[in-house]
Design a binder for this molecule. Structure first.
Ligand SMILES: CC(=O)N[C@H]1[C@@H](O[C@@H]2[C@H](O)[C@H](O)[C@@H](O)[C@H](O)[C@H]2O)O[C@H](CO)[C@@H](O)[C@@H]1O
Ligand SMILES: [Zn+2]
Length: 281
C-alpha cells in the first residue's frame, strides 16, 4: 500500500513548528505527503526589522512573502505537494482572537464553512490520504484559524468516507516540560525560557502516537530557518541539533523535541503508538 499522509495547517510555519519532523520522516520513508495550508499568514508579526513594511499595517505584502517561505520549508521537509485551501489567497489570516482582521471579507475563521469543507473534500478526493493530521478542537492554543482548520478537517474527512484516521497534533505535558528544562540547561539561549505552566500542553494520556523524529531535527531546523519572518532559530555552535532552539516573534523559546505527538481523534483504534499508519499496511 502506498502510504498517503495529508496535513491541514492554518498558516505557513505551522506545518514545521508542530509536525515538521513527522513530515520529514514519512517523506524520507517514501510516503506521499500532502500539505494543505488554509491562509497565507497575512496578519503575522514580522521579526526582521528590515521587512517590517511588508506588514498588513503598511504594504500588506506579508502573505506573498510567506508563500515563498513556505515553498522553501516544504523543500527542506520533502513535502510532495502543497495546496492552499480554495487556491492561493482565497482565505486570509484572521488574526489572533479578538483582532479586527476577523471581519475581513476573506477571513478564514469567519468564512463560509460549507465552501471551505467542499474545497478540502475536493483535495481529499484527489489525494486519497489514509491518514489526515490537523489540530484539536482548541486549535492547539486557541487561534481562531487553527480552530476553524480543525472544524473543516473533521467535517471533510468524515464526510469523505475514505479517510481512515484523523490525528490531532498535541503537546503532552511531561515531554514539553522536560524539553523546557533542557533549554534551561543550554548555555546562552537568547530567548525567554518559559515557565512550564506558560506553554499550552495537554494531558500525557491524549498522546496516542509518538513519532520519533531524532533523525529529522536538522531538516526541521532548516525548515524553521525558511520561516524567518515568524521564527528565530538559535544554534549554540556545536553543530548538534540538540544545541538549537527557536522562538516566535514573542521571544519565548520553544522546546526542540525529538518526538512529535498525536492524538487519534477519528478512525477507531489501532497500533498507532509509534506509527500513524500502524496496522494499515
Ligand atoms: C504559530 C502560529 O500560529 N502563528 C500565527 C500567530 O502568530 C503569533 C501572533 O502574532 C502573536 O501575537 C505573537 O505573540 C506570536 O509570537 C506569533 O507567533 O498569529 C498570526 C496572526 O494570525 C499568524 O500570522 C501566525 O502564523
Ligand atoms: Zn498558525
Amino acid at each position: 500500500m502506498e502510504t498517503r499522509l495529508l496535513l491541514v495547517h492554518a498558516h505557513p510555519d505551522d506545518e514545521t513548528l508542530t509536525t515538521g519532523g513527522t513530515i520529514a520522516r514519512y517523506a524520507a520513508e517514501g510516503a506521499d505527503v500532502t500539505l494543505v495550508t488554509c491562509t497565507l499568514g497575512e496578519e503575522g508579526e514580522i521579526i526582521p526589522a528590515e521587512l517590517a513594511e511588508l506588514g498588513s499595517h503598511a504594504g500588506d505584502q506579508l502573505g506573498g512573502y510567506r508563500a515563498g517561505e513556505l515553498r522553501a520549508a516544504c523543500r527542506e521537509l520533502g513535502v510532495t505537494r502543497q495546496f492552499y485551501l480554495g487556491g492561493i489567497g482565497r482565505w486570509r489570516d484572521s488574526g489572533m482572537a479578538g483582532a479586527g482582521s476577523r471581519h475581513h471579507p476573506r477571513a478564514f475563521a469567519t468564512g463560509a464553512f460549507d465552501e471551505q469543507v467542499a474545497q478540502l473534500r475536493a483535495i481529499l478526493h484527489e489525494v486519497r490520504p489514509q491518514v489526515v493530521v490537523s489540530y484539536d478542537a482548541n486549535g492547539g492554543y486557541g487561534h481562531p484559524d487553527h480552530i476553524r482548520a480543525h472544524e473543516v478537517t473533521h467535517a471533510a474527512a468524515e464526510a469523505s468516507g475514505a479517510v481512515q484516521r484523523v490525528f490531532h497534533t498535541v503537546a503532552p505535558q511531561t515531554p514539553v516540560r522536560r524539553g523546557v528544562q533542557a533549554l534551561r540547561e543550554l548555555p546562552g539561549v537568547p530567548f525567554t525560557v518559559p515557565e512550564p505552566a506558560e506553554l499550552p500542553v495537554v494531558a500525557d494520556e491524549r498522546a496516542h502516537a509518538a513519532i520519533d523524529v531524532a533523525g529529522q531535527l536538522d531538516a526541521r531546523l532548516a525548515a524553521l530557518d525558511a520561516h524567518r519572518t515568524q521564527v528565530s532559530v538559535w544554534r549554540d555552535g556545536s553543530g548538534r541539533p540538540e544545541g538549537a532552539c527557536c522562538a516566535l516573534s514573542n521571544g519565548i523559546a520553544l522546546p526542540n523535541l525529538h518526538t512529535e505527538y498525536f492524538e487519534l481523534a477519528y478512525g477507531g483504534t489501532g497500533p498507532v503508538a509509534t506509527d500513524l499508519f500502524g496496522g494499515l499496511r
